[in-house]
Design a protein around this ligand. Sequence first.
Ligand code: 0X9
Ligand code: ZN
Length: 373
Amino acid sequence: SALPSGRTSYRTLADYNADMDELAKKRTLVKKFAMPRPSLDGRTIYGVEIGSDVRRPSTGRPTMVLMGAHHAREWPSAELAMEFATDLVQSYGKNRRITRLLDRARVVVVPVVNVDGFELSRTDGAAVDLREVDNGGTVTILGTPGQAYKRKNCRIVDGQDTPDGSCRLTLNSNGGFGLGTDLNRNYGGFWGGPGAAGTLPDPSSDRVAGLPDPTYRGAAPFSEPETQNVRDLIAGRQVTMMISNHTFSNLVLRPNGVNPTTIAPDGIPVGNAPDEEGLKRLGKRMTDQNGYRNIHGWELYDTTGTTEDWSYNATGGYGYTFEIGPDEFHPPFEQVVGFYRGTGKYAGKGNREAYLIALEHTVDTRFHGTLRA
Ligand code: 0X9
Ligand code: ZN
């Protein structure tokens, strides 16, 4: 069956903003909001808040935050966030389960966090296959630089080699094209600390000959307006659940992103998250629906400054990264339907059901009793 919106192609940034306006016409159920800080290129970043009492202050309401497109090229991550929002709004008052959930919780959806990068990726030379292929660091450059595989935001550091002054991916003599800060290395959790192998201190796009620098962590934790927005959104509410969508690898990743044997500055190994058992159990319930692997972030690779490591360790609310899809940052759109609804033995389940389970957990008062903060 189709997506809740009925869409058959990837949205542009303008489409997201228009679709959020459309949802917000249900004024008692949906509020569109602007994040406090514009992006580096001056764009406003929007989200929707959904709940049966959404015009009233959110004080005390358990809240689930679902986000997409921290990484520009990961288009399905934004689509699934927007489709879930659409689904909730369409189902309120018709589907008893969803109605009950929206009577208790708030759901905040920010489909595109990295608006500048996303706009470039979607509109500028998307057909040109300039790309970074695999996790092993093999880079294949197949044409003139298009922007479809841009990852990071539009931070340009003083003196950086950018031919036209923009944050576009650029080829240079080393083949590098890594301008920008990686928003999923810029959060305050473990930022720049031990175990930072998956994050780089140097913004230069040609730091390593022949390789891009895809994971620049930024000059300081929360140096970027986009991560500051998310920090303030989460810190300002009762967020008991955070899911950050990415592509790809069919994974549900839980904290920590840093290997537990890593020695922290206090001389003690980082260890597991305090709520390891609970995080793992909910991860399993979600992966039973989408068929993904249920693992710690560090089991993919060590990282610092990721979204869930900050949100979980700062607030005590659970946080996960979903790596959606088997093998592509943005596969042909037809696959997005399967990512949402499930395929094969997961047909009728998929990430839709995983998100609903997360939302049920968000409102579960027994769960609230176990939260640290
Ligand atoms: O590297 C990332 O930011 C994420 N993968 S992606 O291919 N979407 O860029 C994974 C981050 C999850 N956390 C850890 N691996 N620790
Ligand atoms: Zn990503």
